[in-house]
Write a protein that binds this ligand. Structure first.
Ligand code: CMP
Length: 137
């Protein structure tokens, strides 16, 4: 069993496709072990994406992630990190496989609907950034 952090970004929440995205996760065998809605401040978004600090898209990205509410989830399952990334599709929606969340709903490389942890160490950091162990079931 592995855990990963999933975020339905402000564009996904605005599109009202939270249920559709969760249905895809559950159908593929992932289990929602924790879930909450939150509105990040700019500082919280900057801390979350600290690994991208200095990149040309960092300021726009952290503005976007703090412009409206998001849905935060801990997903659990076999190979949860890789499976979630497969279901999301490539960061750039133009390169995302057909039928993936980003191919179906993203509108730009920035407004790409979902985020998912990319490795076990980042998953650990990202989960603990938003969830206490007592909130994960
Ligand atoms: P995410 O998987 O959340 O990781 C970093 C985010 O930065 C990415 O999705 C995009 O929303 C955003 N982003 C904006 N521009 C770029 C870019 N040129 N390359 C990668 N990520 C970008």
């Amino acid at each position: 069993m592995e855990r990963t952090l999933s975020i339905i970004k402000p564009d996904g929440v605005k599109k009202n496709i939270t249920g559709e995205i969760i249905r895809r996760f559950e159908t593929a065998g992932l289990r929602v072990a924790a879930i909450k809605k939150a509105h990040m401040t700019k500082a919280v978004a900057e801390g979350f994406y600290a690994v991208h600090k200095g990149k040309f898209f960092y300021d726009e990205l952290t503005d976007f992630m703090s412009e409206g509410p998001v849905v935060l989830m801990v997903l659990e399952g076999n190979d949860a990190i890789a499976l979630n990334r497969k279901l999301m599709g490539a960061t750039n929606f133009k390169e995302a496989d057909p039928g993936t969340i980003r191919a179906d709903f993203a509108t730009s490389i920035q407004f790409n609907v979902v985020h998912g942890s990319d490795a076990p160490d980042t998953a650990k950091f990202e989960i603990s950034y938003f969830f206490a162990e007592t909130e994960i079931f």
